[in-house]
Design a protein around this ligand. Structure first.
Ligand code: 26Q
Length: 821
């Protein structure tokens, strides 16, 4: 069998290797002023990245200048988060240069795998939503969709998670500290972003308040562009990720400076530039602070100014914007775009209100990622009024037209009008950003079949009645380039050797694996690649936690943000129950298992942080109990990240997707794990339902209440005490009694007590079903059928490629063509 790396790029020709080697040496000399004998590993990394970047830029300039490029409709993806991870191997694989670079560096006595370890993750996102944006950037480039991603160039990405004595601490992240070789600072592309001040109106706007506004802001910030080229599969097309950085308009306060207050003179500057300093580290709760609103408007306004300027340069006026631009709002974080685009059209380009509205709606579309009430964004009217007075006025006008329109259609009932209004009444009025995005868009999409269905029945029920036909579903996808080829080269090599190289271009080819799932030779090789990946993962577990695990045990993983609805607690409770059972019957033949957790908790989410501590404390007791030995280990790996996920996923046997049904919009980790051959244990939630439909009910472990049943139970005010079986009671009691926290027996009482009370997340209600499903897993893992199921998972996950998702966006929402691979 060829070496894994060989299938990931062309066989290296000696001339290519020599050329790349020369390019790296050139960069070392002329960009860093170093000779090989004094170069540090970081110098080598930077020189390699720059040499590779040159190759990408050559394509970038070409694809940007293609004769048809100017006239084609472009996609603009607006996202406040991009969870890119490392870029070196991603770009090498897409450019088919991994072998060339490896050999060129080897000639120079540099190990490319050492360079890989050095590269910091670009962690400009919290979790699923940010990673989705990164996968979609990769797929848009692969499919040659001309696209720009727009976002914020945070100086500090998602915090570094340190686990100290079992508790999470947050440390600042500094991905830029050694320089970023991938970006281009565009000092010539900057826009003014305004805040505050007052508005004056010109003319009467047909007497209905739709007059032009003149905004006299009292604050200005500059948005400076930084561009990162995103190379698509086989380097066919290169798009741009444009991230904005905030800069003060005047570097220092001259008055203070002249009076000798040198430090005070730079303070206002620091305050202004704080806008792009740090990513808000919460994932499912709206933060609600003024700085967050400033961030949202900052990147949205800069992006819209950039988009409209480009359109005006090419087409003269904005009337035809919807024909040439599709702007996708990744959640409500850029929803202020609805009002900002109206402002640009009406105030700056003097379009009539109705015409401006047609253009806005024709251009914008919105993706919803959550139904959790605490995550639905809304901003207090007084805050919007102070920061963005003209936008607040525009929102009122949009709302008036929207409510008039609904009334004209016969929706006159006050309850209905209150429910569809952009303004939430109450002692403090608030603007509902989801409603604003809905009303200003021609398409609204959910991210899995169930989620889209629930959207129509819950948060957008009434809006959907008033404006039917706008909601569509686009189930999420993942890029196989990163999550299979890059993360799991040994499985990729096996697939290519078995199915041919076409599998790399067309995931439907994976379906032909069915013919091999009973082929003893193939099954052996499939098992061998998993074994190797598990050995590597066991090494990493030891390195990060000090715990030694048996690589032949069942690796059971739950890796995602820590949140009550994701129910890490259910998983920990099961570990406790198994532990108690092992202690009772240590002689029984237990299927050895390693339970692996990783994930960050929002810094202010106390309960989530306590759950991390519980996982750690349960691990301490279990891992050190000689009666248990290798039968059960529980480990919490610190500082979960894209690059850690790339190490964990290929070594996973079982994928925990156990959210309370109805609460996980889609999930994408579920797809990454199943693609790599882990079997899923999961609820009928999010994309798990579609995964079951694809892989077949025999190849997945589904358990638990359905979204509808959960709804009924909540209405009936079920308590955990009513649901708890003796086995669950015993597990809860041990936690309550301090078995896992002997140094502070009360530590976990709040968790134990909450489980028995009104159990919003239905942990107790689902426990027994989960336990039973886990026992089926135990039985299945030691049967040959496990491997058949695992192979069928890999085989049938092709539909979850983000290329498929992007094709759906392109045809159903954006009306742009894609190239076929
Ligand atoms: C909002 C306001 C203020 C501060 C932060 C936020 C905020 C930030 C991030 C709110 C939500 C998020 C992220 C949400 C998210 O990641 N949702 C996930 O999106 C994935 C991609 O569609 C889905 O697969 C997951 O199911 C969903 O949880």
């Amino acid at each position: 069998m060829p070496k894994p790396s060989n299938v990931l790029s062309h066989p290296a020709e000696s001339a290519d290797i020599a050329a790349f080697r020369a390019a790296v040496l050139d960069k070392l000399a002329y960009s860093f002023g170093k000779t090989p004998d004094v170069a540090s590993l970081n110098d080598w990394y930077m020189a390699t990245a720059l040499a590779l970047r040159d190759r990408i830029v050559a394509r970038w300039l070409k694809t940007g200048q293609r004769p048809d490029a100017e006239g084609r409709k472009r996609v603009y993806y607006l996202s406040i988060e991009y969870l890119l991870g490392q870029l070196l191997f991603d770009a090498l694989i897409n450019m088919r240069l991994l072998n060339v670079a490896r050999a060129a560096l080897a000639d120079l006595d540099v190990d490319i795998d050492q360079l890989r370890k050095l590269e910091p993750d670009a962690a400009l996102g919290n979790g699923g939503l940010g990673r989705l944006a990164a996968c979609y950037m990769d797929s848009m480039a692969a499919l040659a969709v001309p696209a720009y991603g727009y976002g914020i160039r945070y100086e500090n990405g998602l915090f570094v998670q340190q686990i100290r004595d079992g508790w999470q601490n947050e440390l600042p992240e500094r991905w830029l500290s050694l320089g970023n070789p991938w970006e281009f600072e565009r000092t010539d592309t900057e826009y003014s972003i305004c805040f505050g001040g007052s508005v004056e109106y010109v003319g009467d706007g047909h007497g209905n308040g739709t007059a032009r506004g003149l905004w006299y802001p009292d604050e200005r910030v500059l948005a400076v562009a930084y561009d990162t080229p995103i190379a698509g599969w086989r380097g066919r097309h290169v798009n741009t990720l444009r991230l904005w950085s905030a800069r003060a308009t005047t570097p220092v306060q001259l008055a203070a400076f002249n009076e000798g207050d040198l430090v005070g003179a730079t303070a206002p500057r620091a305050q202004v530039e704080a806008i792009s300093r740090v990513l808000y580290p919460s994932d499912a709760t709206a933060a609600g602070q003024e700085l967050r609103l400033r961030q949202e408007y900052f990147f949205t306004s800069a992006s819209l100014q950039d988009i409209t300027r480009r359109h005006l340069e090419q087409h003269g006026d904005l009337t035809s914007l919807p024909d040439h631009a599709a702007i996708q709002l990744n959640d409500t974080h850029p929803a202020i775009a609805v009002a900002e685009l109206m402002r640009i059209l009406v105030d700056e380009h003097e379009h009539a209100w109705d015409e401006a509205w047609r253009i806005t709606k024709g251009t914008l579309s919105y993706t919803n990622h959550t139904l959790l009430p605490e995550a639905l964004e809304s901003w207090p009217v007084p805050l919007l009024n102070r920061l963005l007075p003209r936008h607040m006025q525009i929102i009122y006008l949009i709302n008036k037209a929207h409510l008039d329109d609904a009334s004209a259609k016969g929706f006159v009932e006050p309850g209905m009008l209150a429910s569809i209004s952009l303004i939430q009444e109450g002692h403090e009025k608030r603007v509902r950003m989801g409603h604003l995005a809905f009303v200003g868009s021609h398409r609204i999409n959910g991210v899995s079949a169930l989620h889209t269905d629930l959207m129509q029945k819950t948060v957008f029920r009434d809006l959907n009645r008033a404006a039917p036909g706008r909601i569509v579903n686009v189930t999420n996808g993942i890029t196989f380039r990163r999550w299979l080829y890059e993360a799991n080269p040994s499985l990729t090599a096996l697939l290519v050797n078995t199915l041919g190289e076409r599998v790399l271009d067309d995931p439907a080819e994976l379906l032909r694996l069915k013919g091999f799932c009973d082929d003893a030779g193939f099954v052996e090789e499939y098992k061998a690649q998993r074994r190797r990946n598990k050995q590597a993962l066991a090494g990493r577990i030891h390195q990060l936690t000090g715990v030694r695990v048996d690589p032949t045990a069942l690796f059971d993983v739950q890796i995602k943000r820590i949140h009550e609805y994701k129910r890490q607690l259910l998983n920990i409770l099961e570990a406790v129950a198994v532990y108690l059972a092992i202690r009772r019957e240590p002689e029984r033949s237990w299927v050895p298992r390693v339970k692996l957790f990783a994930g960050k908790a929002a810094a202010s989410y106390e309960r989530a942080k306590l759950i991390i501590k519980l996982a750690g404390d349960v691990g301490q007791v279990i891992n050190n109990d000689p009666l248990v030995g290798d039968k059960l280990k529980v480990v919490f790996m610190p500082n979960y990240s894209v690059s850690l996920a790339q190490c964990i996923i290929p070594g996973s046997d079982l994928s925990e997707q156990i959210s309370t049904a109805g609460m996980e919009a889609s999930g994408t980790g579920n797809m990454k794990l199943a693609l790599n051959g882990a079997l899923t244990i999961g609820t009928l939630d999010g994309a798990n339902i579609e995964i079951r439909n694809e892989v077949g009910a025999d190849n997945i472990f589904i358990f638990g209440l359905t979204a509808e049943e959960i709804d009924d139970r909540r209405r009936a005010h079920f308590t955990g005490r009513q649901a708890a079986s003796p086995r669950l009671m015993e597990a809860i009691k041990s936690i309550d009694d301090g078995v896992f926290s002997p140094d502070q027996p009360d530590r976990f009482k709040p968790i134990a007590q909450a489980l028995l009370g009104y159990d919003h997340f239905m942990v107790a209600a689902d426990f027994d079903a989960y336990w039973d499903a886990q026992r089926k897993v135990d039985l299945a893992f030691v049967q040959p059928g496990w491997w058949r199921s695992s192979i069928l998972n890999t085989s049938r996950m092709g539909w979850f490629s983000s290329d498929r998702a992007i094709r759906e966006y392109a045809s159903e929402i954006w009306s742009v063509p894609v190239v076929e691979s």
